[in-house]
Ligand binder design. Structure first.
Ligand code: ADP
Length: 330
């Protein structure tokens, strides 16, 4: 036989503090047990162990266990999906990395993903213009930025939302790093995937960015000409160094159809990115044509991927491959 004080001490240890102090009246022991967050089999196992122990206490003839589920608010809240980061990078500027990031975010959104967009191209932010959100200013709550809304309601943040238009940024590395962290650690609410338009090149900022924020994968944008592809190879090696998986390579500004005569030409060469992707043993995700319409709609804050037609299709084909990759890597 056990005495009540011993059993009470054992009960605390057995339940991890989930049980109330036992009450004993007319041979009936009553215990309240908080089972919040416990799976069903665990609850039953715990109740059985308590009952068995209680019946060894002197004078106990019956045991009543009242299970309660007093969960703390944060325990009861549904688990939020972790925010996954997809880095869109290029070896050099001007190859269409920002254009692709914006249209990829739009196309993934249209595929049903909860997408957000971050313009990490701190020195040349262009996403506010591309996504038609130039006139918006992000608010802050609990020291966190609240994203503004871009095309199709996509939440987004860019340095362009925080600094005055046309003002040059003369920041040193650590300040840039802090600014990027503020954009990425913002209040993204139920966003599952952040498309991050990376700064061009392969410097310290990029390396810190990939090491600190650990993208789930990276996509490289290049034009077909050799010089851009050599730089793209450097960008690939930056991600390799940081252990970030490669989703693939996209060839932008590939093939130009003259709007007057329809003749096809290849001002930047043809197929270079596809063969480079092969050399680097990484998937080739597709080709976006060089088209005046893409530039005009981008400048007007109306990404082609939000509409229909051959240019939208080109972005959607890339987005489908990216979505498949994300599904397979989840
Ligand atoms: P990056 O982010 O690599 O510096 P951007 O996306 O800002 O490049 O593109 C540079 C310029 O090229 C922009 O004026 C953009 O509208 C234009 N551009 C990008 N991709 C295309 C394309 N496929 N066809 C026509 N113009 C494009």
């Amino acid at each position: 036989m056990t005495d009540l004080a011993d059993f009470t001490a054992r009960l605390t240890a057995l339940t991890g503090g989930r049980a109330s102090t036992p009450r004993l009246k007319d041979g009936v022991m009553t215990i309240a047990l908080d089972v919040g967050g416990l799976p069903l089999d665990k609850r039953d196992g715990l109740a059985a162990a308590i009952r068995e122990g209680a019946l060894t206490v002197t004078g106990v003839t019956d045991v009543r266990i009242a299970m309660t589920a007093e969960r703390k608010a944060e325990e009861a809240a549904p688990l939020k999906a972790p925010l996954r980061i997809l880095a869109v990078a290029s070896g050099k500027g001007g190859v269409g990395k920002s254009t692709l990031s914006a249209n990829l975010a739009v196309a993934l959104h249209r595929l049903g993903l909860k997408v957000g967009l971050v313009d990490a191209d701190i020195y040349g932010p262009s996403q506010a213009r591309l996504m038609g959100s130039e006139d918006q200013k992000p608010q802050a709550r609990d020291k966190k930025l609240i994203p503004v809304t871009g095309t199709l309601g996509i939440p987004m943040l860019s340095m362009a939302h925080l600094v005055e238009p046309g003002k040059a940024l003369a920041w040193r590395g650590p300040m840039v790093g802090n600014a990027l962290t503020q954009l990425i650690d913002a209040e993204w609410s139920d966003t599952e995937l952040l498309v991050v338009d990376m700064p061009p090149g392969t410097g310290d900022i990029q390396l810190t960015m990939v090491q600190k924020h650990k993208p789930v994968g990276a996509l490289i944008v290049s034009t077909p000409q050799d010089l851009a592809l050599i730089d793209a190879t450097r960008a690939v090696s930056l991600f390799h160094q940081a252990g970030v998986p490669m989703i693939g390579l996209v060839e932008n500004m590939a093939g130009y159809a003259c709007p007057h005569c329809g003749e096809l030409s290849d001002p930047f060469g043809h197929g270079g990115a596809e063969s480079k992707a092969g050399d680097l043993s990484m998937p080739f995700l597709g080709r976006i044509p060089l088209a005046i319409d893409i530039r005009q709609r981008s400048d007007a804050g109306d990404p082609p991927a939000a509409g229909e037609g051959v240019h939208a299709d080109a972005f959607h084909a890339v987005a489908r491959k990216v979505a498949d990759w994300l599904k397979a890597s989840a």
